[in-house]
Design a protein. Sequence first.
Lengths: 114, 113
Amino acid sequence: AQSVTQLDSQVPVFEEAPVELRCNYSSSVSVYLFWYVQYPNQGLQLLLKYLSGSTLVKGINGFEAEFNKSQTSFHLRKPSVHISDTAEYFCAVSTTSNTGKLIFGQGTTLQVKP
Amino acid sequence: DGGITQSPKYLFRKEGQNVTLSCEQNLNHDAMYWYRQDPGQGLRLIYYSQIVNDFQKGDIAEGYSVSREKKESFPLTVTSAQKNPTAFYLCASTRDRGPYGYTFGSGTRLTVV
């Protein structure tokens, strides 16, 4: 079975500072990895995904993530955050067995302060 | 534009009542999912369907029921057997069983009064 752990429930950061949201996963088979963002009272929007190939994945809104197979991690980064990045972020994993189901982490709330 | 429509956005239920949450998609996606979101617990899978007239239980199916009579529609009924139904419910769909990620609806917030 697969599982996802987001290591921080809340991350406060000042505007224009860099940020890293941490995600670790557990799986005995190959995985696909995703990051989603959720603004208050809305659905989730896909930020980026890793399927194969380059371990550095670039997404929307200036975010990027790096897949590290040896450390089973998929941390999300942004070099300079804006107030508008304040939201909840979810890491998710699915397996290559083609079922399509996503397993989500508990979420990390990013609070960008002026 | 294609997307997923969830209705209503807010729903209030009296204890003992069944309520049905609507989820409609015009993306021609094969698979549809229902998740429940509670603060600090992430998203938990209730039910999913990968083909019309077929669906499977997720991790927290007790007290819920679904149907998939049309490809576009996947309604969720929250029954009176669900002891703690107050939550944010999200519907999602994906093209097929491949690694495409989900498209999400905007959610329904259900409150028991």
